[in-house]
Write a protein that binds this ligand. Structure first.
Ligand code: MG
Ligand code: MG
Ligand code: MG
Length: 314
């Protein structure tokens, strides 16, 4: 029976592609493995899979009695609900250490880099395993996606180096152009239900016993979101009423290199506590009551938002 390789809930390109790459690597290392996903494939990921002729991984089923490898997360909140009924073989990740524990020894490949695929590329190299051309193309796109084409503060030299080598393996000449194509697909939000947009790239955290949700939409031009802001506000109100202390939405403009922050919280001063005076700037919102505040340089949930939020909740 193959081991199951799976990324986090509300999957992104890195979670899907890391599952595919890790399953290939593990299979070639003598552990037959198969990639799965924990939810709907987002449009930009579908574009990436299509570009390199790869089928979408199947939706994950029950884990009882199976062997599992996790990618792109190590916390229970992001993992399959029945993870405890499986044997966890190992983890490939690039996030802060989560709260998953095991009763058997495991491998754990983790690095503070911009993308899980950068970690997996390093493990392919470590074992001298060749990366197939189409998987190299997928991994390149995952790095471009997670690092916002190297603009995110999470980007490291290792990510740039890995992307360059993967582009060569995949035969992609202009990979920044490929990244822009992918983000243009990701930016097409018209006609998509607001709740789906809100939960597309969404993570719930437990902070000092409170449920705190942080969502992010990454687009090539924030003006593309003008038509959906009011509906997003409404979706946030509904999501908050489902038992959350706080719900934050980052509308990230990858070209302007900053994010508009929308926040609903039981703590009316939360945004100011987290982001300081910048979060009270009302000049940005004049004329549109649904607009939030513009935070220059805020690009990464992982680096710019979650640590500061946790510090406030402590
Ligand atoms: Mg991810
Ligand atoms: Mg990732
Ligand atoms: Mg992301």
């Amino acid at each position: 029976m193959s081991a199951v390789v799976v990324g986090h809930k509300n999957p992104d390109t890195d979670s899907i592609v890391s599952a595919i790459a890790a399953a290939d690597l593990m299979s070639k290392r003598g552990v037959p493995s198969q990639p799965f996903c924990q939810g709907k494939i987002p449009p930009d990921t579908a574009f990436v899979l299509g570009s390199f002729g790869f089928p979408a991984p199947e939706l994950l089923g029950p884990l009882a009695g199976k062997k599992v490898i996790l990618v792109d997360h190590s916390d229970r909140g992001q993992a399959p609900e029945d993870l405890d009924q499986a044997e966890l073989l190992g983890i490939f990740d690039h996030h802060k250490l989560g709260d998953i524990t095991t009763s058997t020894p495991l491998f754990f490949w983790a690095q503070p880099v911009g993308c899980s695929c950068t970690v997996i590329k390093g493990v392919y190299d470590y074992y001298g395993v060749e990366i197939p051309r189409n998987i190299a193309g997928l991994m390149l796109c995952a790095i471009l996606s997670d690092t916002l084409i190297f603009r995110s503060p999470t980007t490291t030299d290792e990510d740039r180096k890995a992307a360059k080598e993967l582009a060569r393996l995949a035969g992609v000449a202009d990979y920044e152009a490929l990244g822009m194509e992918m983000f243009v697909v990701k930016s097409a939000v018209t006609g998509v239900p607001a709740r789906e947009l809100l939960f597309r790239d969404y993570k719930d955290f437990t902070m000092n016993g409170q449920k705190v949700g942080v969502s992010q939409l990454e687009v090539v031009d924030i003006k593309l979101l003008d038509g959906v802001r009011a509906d997003l506000r409404q979706a946030m109100t509904e999501a908050k009423a489902e038992g959350r202390h706080t719900i934050m939405l980052l509308l990230t403009d990858i070209m302007k290199e900053g994010s508009e922050l929308l926040v609903l919280s039981d703590d009316a001063n939360l945004a100011e506590k987290v982001f300081g005076a910048a979060a009270t700037d009302t000049t940005y919102s004049s004329g549109n009551k649904n607009k939030g505040v513009w935070l220059p340089g805020v690009m990464s949930r992982k680096k710019d938002v979650v640590p500061k939020l946790e510090a406030v909740f402590k």
